[in-house]
Write a protein that binds this ligand. Structure first.
Ligand SMILES: C[S@@+](CC[C@H](N)C(=O)[O-])C[C@H]1O[C@@H](n2cnc3c(N)ncnc32)[C@H](O)[C@@H]1O
Length: 258
């Protein structure tokens, strides 16, 4: 990228932070996690995104936003660190953690270069944080460095198919291939007509797999996420009918060799 995606995305998220407060409050208050565009419970996934018991584990969330995933991990007993580039998102996260009595180490910084020591964490996760807003080869190399041998990384983000079916003006996915699959790197949404945002990253399936191998990650599981049968168009920007037929999200479960 010639444009500084970190600055673009930081400014976007600072400006947008007030719009995420309500969702953060709701998700912090849940009894059990919900994941993805349609807020599905862990039981809807073949493999849970979080370890069920995290007592004694150290965990990091990369691009934590309002911090509810960090909160869920702290509730399961982990010692949690969470990093985000947006000071305004972190302000919401800090307030909600205090209200819920969660002790979390919050860091304002770039998930591509955290400055944290090598091999500090047993578990790392990103839910639409670094997973989509950071350069994959950079943040994944950083996550690998931060994990202890045997540590696991889980990340949830957009499925590559949802990007190639996204019209260039930013309007919702349809059933036309609008972009080439080959060479996919992501998209710059700053200048689009429909809901302009920031600079996001994605890869073809084959390029993700090759990247994990280059860094040293083993693949534990890969889940393609469709809309549930009951879904309608009220949540998320991808039409529910589209997402019942095509995977709209992906979850990678990776491990650093022990
Ligand atoms: C959709 S939120 C995802 C976080 C959380 N799951 C949520 O929904 O609140 C995206 C977050 O990624 C953060 N982010 C974007 N680029 C980042 C970077 N380079 N380093 C750390 N955080 C980043 C943004 O500031 C934003 O809070």
């Amino acid at each position: 990228m010639t444009r500084d995606h970190v600055t673009v995305n930081r400014d976007l998220w600072n400006a947008d932070a007030p719009n995420w407060v309500g969702m953060g409050e709701r998700l912090w208050s849940l009894e059990a996690p919900e994941w993805g565009n349609w807020g599905e419970p862990e039981s809807a996934f073949r493999r849970a995104l979080l370890p069920p018991h995290m007592a004694g584990m150290t965990a990091i969330e990369l691009g934590c936003g309002t911090g509810y995933v960090a909160g869920w991990m702290a509730r399961r007993g982990a010692r949690v660190t969470a990093i985000d580039i947006s000071v305004d998102q972190l302000a919401t996260a800090r307030r909600l953690a205090a209200e819920h009595g969660a002790e979390i180490t919050w860091i304002e910084g770039n998930a591509e270069a955290t400055g944290l020591p090598d091999q500090t964490f047993d578990f790392a996760i990103s839910e639409y944080g670094a997973a989509i807003w950071c350069r994959p080869e950079v943040w994944l190399t950083e996550a690998f460095r931060l994990l202890r041998p045997g540590g696991q990384l889980v990340f949830l983000g957009n499925h590559p198919l949802s990007l190639i079916c996204a019209p260039l003006d930013g309007s919702p996915c349809d059933r036309t291939l609008h972009r080439p699959y080959r060479g996919m790197w992501g998209a710059d949404w700053t200048g689009v007509t429909y809901e302009p945002s920031g600079i996001c990253f994605n890869h073809t399936f084959g390029d993700w797999v090759a990247l994990f191998a280059r860094i040293g990650f083993g693949i534990v599981d890969y889940q393609e996420v469709y809309a549930p049968d009951w879904a309608d168009d009220r949540r998320g920007e991808v039409p529910a009918d589209w997402a019942k037929a095509y995977p709209v999200e992906q979850v990678w479960h990776l491990a650093k060799p022990g």
